[in-house]
Design a protein around this ligand. Sequence first.
Ligand SMILES: C[S@@+](CC[C@H](N)C(=O)[O-])C[C@H]1O[C@@H](n2cnc3c(N)ncnc32)[C@H](O)[C@@H]1O
Length: 275
Amino acid sequence: MVVEVIRYLNPAPGKVFVDATVGGGGHSYHLLQVEPNIRLYAIDCDSTSLQVAIRNLSAWRDRINFIHANFVSLHQLVTEPVDGILFDLGLSSLQLEDPQRGFSFRHDGPIDMRFDTSVPFTAYNLITQSSYWELAQIIKQYGEERYANVIAKNIKQRRPETTSELYTAIVDALPQNYRNKSKVAARVFQALRIKVNNELSNLQSVLPVAVDLLKPGGRLVILSYHSLEDRIVKHFFKSCNSIKILTPKPIVPSATEIADNPRARSAKLRAAEKL
Ligand SMILES: C[S@@+](CC[C@H](N)C(=O)[O-])C[C@H]1O[C@@H](n2cnc3c(N)ncnc32)[C@H](O)[C@@H]1O
């Protein structure tokens, strides 16, 4: 939904933007192509992704302030009022496809799942240090998975050390004739990832800070990929009386875009303007 993202950010010469989740720099690249006469804060807590963004955006190097940090500290990272802030939440395909990052059961690797590898706490630590009951709650709450209890029990018993072992511990806990075991595994991996990276609490605390940073008329644009995130954004937009909602219903990708990029199927775009 890059076209819609750029349209809602509403670039014009002299404006200042924040890409709070720059990843490999895809959205920022399009923004700078449409309007190179802007200044940009490009933030990501993953130093490997940030290096990719620095390479991909090198043509506009003098217009960009690259920052390796968690967006939860936005008010310390950006100290001037800005015209637009983008959050493209979750993880990138760069991260998903790297076996060493441990985000996917389609590649074997360590059970890591940290966006920021300078933070010591991994998904493996989460699994080993949580009680059975805590793990079941995490899977229930962040994966919305109804087999959470039996899955948590099996994970604690098997003590997996790799993503393949974790996958097997999950699917072996399901009834034998259960269809689409991979979908369940995806939900459990998602739950662990959300917890390890404090994704929902970070989102909840950054939204008011982002609105504070915007100039009157400035835009907040948020792409989310699962219902828990979207719910937080939706409720915040409704409860915040210093913004006007620009998307009464979330914008979703077209069928062509989903066919080109199946990972986009759950994307929802919401945008708002500071009054
Ligand atoms: C969906 S990707 C962004 C892709 C990017 N928009 C692009 O077009 O290439 C999400 C990125 O947000 C980063 N991220 C997630 N939570 C973060 C946080 N709290 N602070 C900073 N970066 C974060 C991840 O490391 C990842 O690189």
